[in-house]
Design a binder for this molecule. Structure first.
Ligand SMILES: Nc1ncnc2c1ncn2[C@@H]1O[C@H](COP(=O)(O)OP(=O)(O)OP(=O)(O)O)[C@@H](O)[C@H]1O
Ligand SMILES: [Mg+2]
Length: 265
């Protein structure tokens, strides 16, 4: 079997508030192999976003402690310099934040975001970066990519903003894509389109993904394996089929019974 692209080992991330410590991620371990999609589900506050932020090294503020280890392609993040992190974040790991707008600076157009990211991370001139940016917007099914290049994030609808965030992340051709609630606040048609798009990107580019959601039905359409989180811990992790057909934890069973029926194929 190939080496994991990502290995999370007994990870703990805590927030220190004035009165107490919140154990947002409390001993999480998993391996993610190339071209695999891991779905992480769990109720609000179970630690999913904290886990996602830890994977891109955004937990270094004084209010959080992180213990355990994360290996990206066999290299411990503990050995990473700030320059390593910058390269890792853009070039190797793409992230779509829970709120797609959070991926953007409101004073810059969508085009400026993608072009600047390409100029920083790839050896190309501004004209090629612009062409590449338009292609990235086309790739995620954005209508009128030339026009979208000129738009500010607040001028886009929720679904368009999700697509633009995906285009920004994909423009640097990352090996690993982390999508935190990629379809939150989208209508059902836009949700299905994003699921289709993520599946296509995986097939086309051999992407490895971590998809985070509170929606088991959505995750089941994408993921090879699913981790169920509660109170900062992984209650159970198994193949998608196993989770859907014979879950071992009561919380997973209750998620399944509250889910509308759907066809996984
Ligand atoms: N910056 C912060 N300071 C203090 N506590 C925080 C901070 N961010 C998150 N938390 C707490 O950490 C816990 C996990 O939060 P997190 O956002 O990771 O959950 P989540 O599973 O992503 O939830 P949701 O499904 O609502 O997005 C929660 O108890 C939350 O209140
Ligand atoms: Mg979250």
């Amino acid at each position: 079997m190939s080496q994991p692209i990502l290995s999370v080992q007994e990870l703990h991330c805590h927030y220190l508030t004035r009165h107490h410590t919140i154990r947002a991620v409390d001993g999480v371990s998993f391996d993610l192999f190339p071209n695999e999609i891991l779905g992480i589900i769990g109720e609000s506050g179970s630690g999913k976003s904290t886990l996602a932020h830890s994977l891109i090294g955004q937990l270094n503020s004084f209010t959080q402690i992180c213990e355990g280890n994360i290996l990206f392609k066999d290299r411990s993040i503990k050995t990473f310099s700030e320059k390593d992190w910058q390269q890792l974040r853009g070039r190797h790991i793409g992230i779509i934040f829970q709120s797609a707008e959070a991926s953007f600076n409101p004073t810059m157009t969508i085009g400026q975001h993608i072009v600047e990211a390409l100029l920083i991370h790839q050896q190309c001139n501004r004209q090629n970066a612009r062409l590449h940016a338009i292609n990235s917007l086309k790739m995620v099914g954005m209508p009128n990519p030339d026009k979208i290049m000129q738009c500010y994030p607040f001028e886009l609808s929720g679904g368009m903003c999700q697509r633009a965030a995906l285009a920004l992340a994909m423009s640097l051709q990352p090996q690993l894509l982390i999508a935190d609630e990629p379809t939150a606040s989208l209508d059902i048609v836009a949700q299905s389109e994003i699921v289709l798009l993520l599946n296509n990107l995986r097939e086309q580019f051999g992407l490895t993904m971590v998809i985070i959601s509170h929606d088991l039905g959505l995750v089941a359409r994408l993921a090879d394996k699913i981790a169920v989180m509660a109170d900062g811990k992984i209650l159970e992790m198994s193949t998608t089929e196993q989770i859907l057909t014979s879950p071992s934890h009561d919380y997973t069973k209750s998620l399944l019974t509250s889910m509308p029926p759907f066809d996984i194929n």
